[in-house]
Design a binder for this molecule. Structure first.
Ligand SMILES: [Zn+2]
Length: 645
């Protein structure tokens, strides 16, 4: 009875008074300033909840238009909780600011509040349309808010009870979806750990380090005249260096998928059209079945994140950064307005002479961060061997060093224009660029290689200090290389020439001899077969290809087979306009001995002798004396494509 009296006498009039304030042109005494702050906060939270759900729905609905790839491939599965959370944070901050501002003026925020919230809400939703310029979205949102904000508020005030019930339902739904999407992976990891079989006694750890976008011939490990990789050279002295390692594809996803399954790219689903499906077992699955704790740490979140299918078999997988800034970027308002505004701060500071840095920065996890994440994971591992895969993105365009890192070679970005050039490098028309800009990109790339190498050196030193390194089979390679003007091509995913498919490969650790090198062409698709072979005693899935241990182990018969590389489609935003060879259609190339055979999409064939012509500048395909070689190479390619040994 007392409760009901209190509700009728105290609560209802207060609600009514607050609601009256929402009506446009309403008079009345107005809420107290404290009530005003609460009103602003409450209304903002409700508006944030509504907008968050709508933005999430719109983002998922528009995804097929922005990118026809299935599901969230090339997206970020965490948006299921990030978008609602960011909206709640942004709206409640706006509400708090409005409420406090009104309080400081001893006024109520009620009159402006509906307009501001309607503006924020409609701006957020309009920004999910990627083609719409942010300024146009803001103008449209201002119009909506001015016309509809007060009316919406009046409607909510009239249907107060329904609005409260709907808000509560949305809050429960948001918390449920967010909790489920964030908690599912943690639960799966626990369950996976609990289900691991016992590992073999003395099984070594396996550490696969993939350096994204690293061409072999820019490494001092392979004789480059700049000392870009002293640490890798040191590792190679402890193991085996492969001088003719080829990536199965000149871009990230099919190359990694091939390295993980032992299959050629044409056998796999992984490509521009979609992720790696579950047809073939992966190395991580095989090692997990042997009792290994498996962990992946990737910086290339476009083509190596869990959405790409590469996470299968890993109990623990860290991909999308979950820092405050990356969370902000995952939402429309945060990514297209707030983050860009924040990114302007160093430029403004630089322009007024308050900071020596021209700005820039790396929009992904750098090697130091990746190392730290991996070492943190190692700290908490149970007493079991581990298989860890790290994908380092530091050498990928835009070739910028992390803040505070020193440059070593030639030119480096010294102005905001330089930084902009590197940021826009992929889409720039390189034919129109001055030679200085092309040299800048090349030199900046070499600096990134040296930074990456130094970080690898630190990682090896730390593993050594922990006594882990000597029990670990270390594999260092790259998923593909990078063009810097050879054949008038820049970037990757555009051809099958050496700069894109000749990659580093070093193996060191248990079962691997010291200080050896192998000059025979090998493919990265042999990695799963190699690891399983070096660990001995097959258990779980086996892999096609041939163990690389055949080059030093008498137990493995020697095999010398041509090595295939292939590319099916041009990148969505090509680095060379339409001039890349891949624009003529799907390409195949094989390397046998020192002879490279390339079959272009339009049927045109190329033949090069790498011993005499490492730059592949003299095409021998049309010469009468190479007709027999050409026939042999055609037949070899056909055999590989037919799946014959
Ligand atoms: Zn890559």
């Amino acid at each position: 009875m007392g409760d009901r009296l209190a509700r009728d006498v105290v609560v209802k009039p207060r609600l009514r008074r607050l609601a009256t304030e929402w009506k446009p042109g309403a008079g009345g005494p107005g809420p107290s300033t404290r009530d005003g702050v609460m009103l602003a906060l409450g209304a903002s939270l409700a508006a944030g909840l509504f907008t968050g759900q709508l933005e999430l729905g719109l983002t998922l609905a528009l995804e097929p238009l922005h990118d026809p790839a299935p599901g969230l491939f090339r997206g970020n599965r965490h948006i299921l909780w990030i978008i609602p959370v960011v909206n709640l944070a942004v709206f409640s901050l706006a509400g708090l600011v409005l409420g406090l501002a009104a309080r400081s003026r001893r006024a109520t925020p009620a009159r402006g509040l509906p307009v501001v919230l309607a503006f924020l809400g409609s701006l957020t939703l309009l920004l999910t349309i990627r083609g719409l310029h942010a300024a146009a979205a803001a103008l449209l949102a201002a119009g909506f808010a001015w016309r509809l904000g007060p009316r919406l508020a009046a409607l909510i005030a009239r249907r107060r009870r329904a609005a409260i019930v709907l808000t509560a339902a949305l809050a429960v739904n948001t918390a449920g979806v967010a909790g489920l999407s964030a908690g599912r992976e943690i639960l799966a990891e626990w369950a996976g750990l609990a289900a691991l079989p016992a590992p073999a006694a003395g099984a070594p750890n396996v550490l696969l380090l993939v350096l994204d976008t690293v061409r072999a011939d820019h490494l001092s490990l392979y004789g480059y005249d700049r000392d870009t990789t002293p640490c890798l050279a040191r590792l190679a002295r402890e193991g085996v260096r492969f001088d003719q390692a080829r990536s199965p594809a000149p871009w990230t996803l099919p190359s990694h998928a091939s390295m993980f399954t032992g299959r050629w790219p044409h056998e796999l689903s992984a490509g521009m059209q979609g992720p790696l499906d579950e047809t073939y077992p992966t190395l991580a699955e095989a090692l997990r079945n042997r009792g290994y704790v498996t962990g992946g740490f990737v910086a290339n979140t476009t083509y190596c994140s869990a959405e790409s299918g590469l996470a299968r078999g890993f109990l623990h997988y860290e991909d999308h950064a979950l820092t405050p800034r990356s969370l902000l970027r995952a939402s429309a308002l945060g990514g297209r307005v707030l983050d860009r505004a924040w990114a302007c701060v160093p430029r403004v500071l630089s322009a007024v002479g308050l900071s020596g840095s021209p700005g820039g920065g790396k929009p992904f996890k750098d090697a130091a961060t990746l190392n730290a994440d991996f070492l943190d994971w190692l700290d908490d591992l149970p007493e079991r061997p581990f298989f860890a895969f790290l994908n380092f993105f530091d050498a990928h365009h835009p070739y910028l060093l992390p803040a505070g890192e020193e440059h070593h070679f030639g030119l480096y970005p010294q102005s905001r224009d330089d930084v902009l050039t590197l940021h826009r490098w992929w889409s720039l028309d390189k034919r129109r660029l001055p030679e200085r800009d092309r040299a800048l990109a090349r030199d900046a790339y070499d600096d990134c290689l040296a930074y990456l190498d130094a970080q690898l050196g630190r990682l090896f030193a730390e593993l050594d200090r922990r006594g882990v390194l000597e029990e670990t089979l270390v594999i260092v390679t790259a998923d593909h290389g990078e063009h810097f003007g050879e054949h008038q091509i820049f970037g990757h995913a555009s051809s099958l020439y050496q700069p894109e498919v000749h990659v580093p490969l070093v193996l060191a650790g248990p079962g691997v001899p010291r200080a050896e090198s192998v000059g025979v062409p090998v493919s990265l698709r042999d990695l799963p077969a190699t690891v399983v072979d070096l660990l001995g005693a097959p258990r779980g899935p086996s892999f096609p290809g041939h163990s690389l241990a055949r080059f030093w182990s008498v137990a493995t018969p020697p095999v010398d087979e041509p090595v295939l590389s292939e590319v099916d489609a041009a990148a969505k935003s090509p680095a060379n306009g339409g001039r890349s060879p891949v624009f003529r259609g799907p390409m195949k190339a094989i390397l046998a001995g020192q002879t490279v055979y390339v079959r272009n999409g339009d049927g045109r064939e190329e033949l090069y002798d790498l011993a005499a012509d490492p730059g592949e500048t003299h095409d021998l395909a049309a010469l009468p004396e190479t007709a027999a070689t050409l026939d042999r190479m055609r037949e070899a390619l056909a055999r590989i494509l037919r799946g014959e040994p």
